[in-house]
Design a protein around this ligand. Structure first.
Ligand SMILES: Nc1ncnc2c1ncn2[C@@H]1O[C@H](COP(=O)(O)OP(=O)(O)OP(=O)(O)O)[C@@H](O)[C@H]1O
Length: 970
């Protein structure tokens, strides 16, 4: 029940409501969450924080609050045996209009008021429908991470426990809200990821007892002053595995509750039962789509995502019965007990009033109930209230106050806040690991790159050196080759020249040989011709043969040398061609060059990567500074708000003081006017101001007019108000009579009003005033006062019946007639007054008011007739009354027959009841026959919508021979 301006948080953890982003001290690249929100940043050494919902929330917007009015449904319990035995004419206390979601309450038995709710459940509404309408939306919202409360409020015995706590072990259709809520919660959570835990407590005589661990008593309530979070550190919290185990827990709780209550000599209805369901859901933020492969690898190393925790709390409250002290006992323990129940329910009511009025201060500290509900009713929780009422008019006042409680609760608008937390510690750990990993990885990469770079540079130098050497040796070899080539070419040329020369010589020698051969031939010839000659010739031949052999040898030498030269040439050629082939070394160098280039590029890229990581680091640091600044601003804003709240409280205190010391009429008048706006909270102070009120000031009169009717809700200043009824000033009289009428509407005020002379003053006004407003309002007040037997006797003894009859004859204003008829109808319910009523002309006046034709007036006449006839028939049956009804002489039968077919169901039932009761008196039978009422009675016996009336009519017709005879003639 947080104040409207207060902050909220989930159970058991200290969390703030708003997401306050923080930058990390160092981080990976700026990953973004899947919904495009800024990435989550951790802040080491701080507790878990609330964040804006992402994955589970139904809505994806960034607002962390959405307005939701407290939903209020009303459920009527079916009639029980006691209700059926109760007074039949009061049986229509409420009228349900479920299709309009409205409920009509017969206000004070002579007037009805219509109230709208979020849902109106008739007696036949199923448990399933009640759960689905009242609790299911709350359960769904709790599953989405919001806190929620379902609360049952109503008088004892109206079905709160039936609605909320019924187990339905043998018949699942009977299951109440608790079991159905847990069924839904368990079906929508996964045992591995989520946890569901419960505590079950009882609040009795302002002491909290654990129903699951009964030895734990007087459990303290701990409130986090910063977050407003409420926790009960001593209470047992049990993990729920399945619905059977939960039902066993509730059963254990019920047994303990029963045992505790027996020990304390009380009953369950005297304590508040509170089931607390804690839900913790885990989900992972997916960031995979938006991170680089490298980051994904990194994340893979340290865990895939960030765990977010959705923590929420569902409270299901079965409140103690809301009956008043006078009904629940006046003495000893019972009185003490009722006071405590009243204390907690009254303080709940006060909080609801304050919340409904959007008051800056919600008085949650007044009772343990409201302290426990501080973070669950109003504030940021989704809340449903089911109010339970009984159908019987016997409990009219309780039913009325229950309805008003529900109506006020409907005005509360909560600002629901989603609390998603992430596991900050584990996130922190993960991010720190991530940072460590990235730093280490970065350093490693850098080192690798530096090593690579050195290596490459070394290799490059080596390659360059070897390339230069190769080039040098190639140059050398080229020079050598060229030199050798030149040498070989010149040698070749020389050999060729020599060969040519040799060839020429050969040719010459061949010629010489040929010549010599010829000479030889000639010599041989000459030999033949002479022996001396022969000898010379032989010598010459020998010489020539020697020369030839020498020449041949020389030629052969030359030939061999030529061949060698040729071989050398071939070698040179081979060397030349080898030399040509050696240019392939160039390709190797090119390859090396390309490799070198690639290595240079790689080096450059590494340097760039390193630079961009550095830039990123700087960006993250500046982001962290920005977010820290934002946090600082938010903290400042919070402290300003706190100051404002204190200022308002001081102002209120000053105002209180000022009012108590009021200085002059005008100021007092203005203050009262001001304070009357916040009347319900300031009534006490206004009453103090009355001590100084003087009628002489026109400002005062005006303000009295504003304040007095409002004061009708309080007994403060009653003496003064009653004194004002006798004022000479008509305006003052009118305002005062309105105030008294408002007070008289609450039956708890009536005794005091009469004691202070209010009834005398009202009757005096009725007799003396000519003002129609005064007639109308005073009659209304008297009608209210005429509800108790003691007041009825007083009214009659002071001539009230005569005065009322007189007003009835003087006016045609339907509102005044309705009030007068209501007052007389109430007096008709007292048999001791019947004769005086008749003698003073009240019965005649009552019937005469039918001339207005107004349905509300006719309803009151019918009620009066039913009251009168019922009391008379009781007297006749019990034998202390004789003779025909006093109603007959004034024409009641004719009136009843004439109005028998009226459309309003409740008026018709009163007329039917009046006829039935009159028919029970045998002395009335002749009048029934002559007026034609027997026929109506027969119709009632078959057509009345109420079974008990049909039965009564049938029984009466059957037992009376006059009626039997008359029926024969019909
Ligand atoms: N809607 C309903 N349908 C049938 N029976 C009902 C319904 N509501 C209540 N009852 C019955 O009325 C009786 C009183 O109901 P219940 O005990 O739930 O009232 P209660 O308001 O919780 O009373 P208490 O304040 O004493 O705890 C029970 O016997 C219950 O079974």
């Amino acid at each position: 029940m947080a104040s409207n301006s207060g902050t909220k948080s989930s159970h058991r953890n200290s969390n703030s409501d708003r997401q306050v982003p923080h930058s990390s001290s160092s981080s990976s690249s700026a990953a973004r969450s899947s919904n495009g929100h800024p990435p989550l940043r951790s802040k080491p050494n701080s507790a878990r924080r609330s964040v804006t919902p992402t994955s589970r929330a139904s809505s994806n917007n960034n607002d962390d609050s959405e307005p939701a009015r407290v939903r209020v449904a009303v459920r009527v319990r079916p009639r029980d045996a006691e209700d059926l035995n109760s007074e039949a004419d009061y049986a229509d206390c409420i009228e349900l209009q479920p299709e309009l979601k409205r409920l009509k309450l017969r206000k004070n038995n002579w007037n009805s008021e219509s109230y709208k709710f979020d849902e109106v459940f008739t007696e036949s509404a199923s448990q399933r429908r009640v759960y689905e309408v009242v609790a299911k939306p709350v359960v769904e919202s709790v599953l989405n991470g919001y806190n929620g409360t379902v609360m049952a409020y109503g008088q004892t015995g109206t079905g709160k426990t039936y609605t909320v706590g019924r187990l339905g072990k043998h018949d699942p259709s009977e299951r109440g809200i608790m079991v159905r809520a847990l069924e839904d919660i368990l079906a929508n959570t996964s045992p591995g990821l989520d946890t569901v835990e419960v505590s079950y407590l009882q609040l009795y005589l302002e002491s909290i007892q654990d129903l699951l661990a009964p030895e734990k008593n007087n459990i303290p309530i701990v409130e986090d002053s910063k977050t407003g979070e409420v926790s009960l550190p001593g209470a047992a919290v049990v993990k729920v595995r399945d619905i059977d185990q939960f039902m066993q827990l509730v059963q254990i709780g019920e047994v303990n509750r029963h045992a505790a209550n027996t020990k304390m000599n009380t009953e369950s209805s005297r304590s508040h039962a509170i089931l607390m369901v804690y839900i913790q859901r885990t989900s992972q933020r997916k960031v995979e789509n938006e991170v680089s492969t490298q980051e994904r690898d990194t994340r893979h190393n340290i865990g895939n995502g960030i765990n977010t925790l959705h923590k929420s709390k569902l409270l299901i409250v079965d409140l103690a019965g809301s009956e008043r002290i006078d009904k629940s006992g006046h003495e000893g323990h019972m009185l003490e007990e009722t006071k405590f129940i009243n204390l907690s329910l009254t303080s709940l009511g006060k909080c609801i009033n304050a919340l409904a009025e959007n008051s800056p201060h919600i008085p949650t500290r007044d009772s343990k109930l409201t302290r426990m509900l501080r973070d669950s009713f109003g504030g940021s929780a989704r809340t449903s209230l089911i109010i339970t009422i009984g159908p019987s008019a016997r409990h009219h006042a309780e039913t009325s106050s229950t309805i008003m409680f529900g109506q006020r609760a409907m005005k509360i608008v909560n600002m629901m806040k989603l609390k998603v937390e992430f596991d900050y510690e584990s996130l922190c750990r993960k991010l720190e690991n991530q940072v460590d990993y990235l730093i280490a990885e970065n350093e490693r990469q850098q080192k690798l790159r530096e090593d690579d770079k050195d290596e490459m540079e070394k290799k490059l130098i080596e390659y360059k050196n070897s390339f230069a050497e190769v080039e040098k040796s190639l140059d050398k070899r080229c020079q050598l080759f060229e030199k050798e080539n030149n040498r070989l070419v010149s040698e070749n040329k020389k050999i060729l020249d020599e060969l040519k020369l040799q060839k020429d010589r050969n040719d010459v020698m061949h010629d010489q040989v040929a010549r010599l051969e010829m000479n030889l031939k000639q010599s041989k010839q000459q030999q033949l011709e002479g022996s001396s000659y022969q000898k010379v010739l032989a010598d010459t031949t020998q010489m020539y043969e020697k020369k030839i052999a020498e020449l041949v040898e020389k030629i052969e030498d030359e030939h061999a040398r030529f061949e060698r030269a040729e071989e050398q040439l071939a070698v040179v050629k081979q060397i030349l061609s080898d030399h040509q082939k050696s240019t392939e070394g160039q390709e190797e160098i090119d390859d090396l060059r390309i490799k070198l280039q690639r290595m240079c590029q790689l080096h450059e890229k590494t340097v760039n990567d390193f630079q961009s990581l550095k830039t990123e680091n700087v960006e993250l640091l500046s982001e962290k500074a920005m977010l820290s600044e934002e946090l600082h601003k938010l903290t400042q804003k919070l402290s300003v708000e706190e100051k404002q709240r204190k200022y308002i409280e001081d102002e209120v205190a000053k105002l209180k003081k000022l009012v108590s010391e009021n200085v002059n009429d005008t100021e007092v008048g203005c203050l009262i006017s001001l304070l009357s706006i916040k009347f319900s909270k300031r009534a006490f102070h206004i009453s103090l101001c009355f001590n100084n009120l003087q009628e002489r000031s026109s400002i005062m009169k005006e303000n009295i007019g504003k304040v007095l009717p409002g004061l009708g809700n309080s007994m403060i200043g009653l003496e003064k108000i009653i004194a004002m009824l006798k004022s000479q000033d008509l305006d003052v009289q009118i305002h005062a009579v309105k105030a008294v009428a408002n007070l008289a509407a609450e039956d708890s005020n009536q005794e005091k009003i009469v004691e202070e002379g209010g009834l005398d003053a009202l009757l005096m006004l009725l007799g003396s005033s000519e003002n129609t407003t005064i007639h109308r309002v005073a009659s209304g007040a008297i009608a209210n006062l005429a509800m108790s037997e003691r007041n009825q006797t007083l009214i009659m003894s002071k001539g009230g019946a005569h005065l009322l009859a007189n007003i009835a004859s003087k006016t045609d204003d339907p509102q005044t007639l309705r009030m007068v008829a209501g007052a007389i109808a109430n007096l008709c319910g007292n048999q001791k007054l019947h004769v005086t009523l008749k003698e003073d002309g009240a019965i005649k006046a009552l019937l005469g008011m039918g001339r207005s034709g107004n349905s509300d007036v006719i309803a009151q006449i019918a009620r009066g007739m039913a009251n009168f006839a019922k009391c008379e028939s009781r007297g006749t049956v019990q034998g202390y009354r004789k003779g025909p009804s006093l109603l007959l002489e004034d024409g009641a039968l004719a009136w009843l027959i004439a109005n028998c077919s009226i459309t309003s169901a409740s008026t018709r039932r009163h007329i039917e009841l009046a006829l039935c009761h009159l028919a029970q008196n045998d002395d009335n039978a002749p009048a029934f026959v002559t007026s034609g009422a027997v026929k109506e009675l027969v119709r009632v016996s078959s057509e009345s919508t109420r079974e008990d009336i049909r039965t009564l009519a049938k029984k009466t017709l059957k037992l009376n021979p006059v009626f039997q005879a008359e029926i024969q003639t019909l």
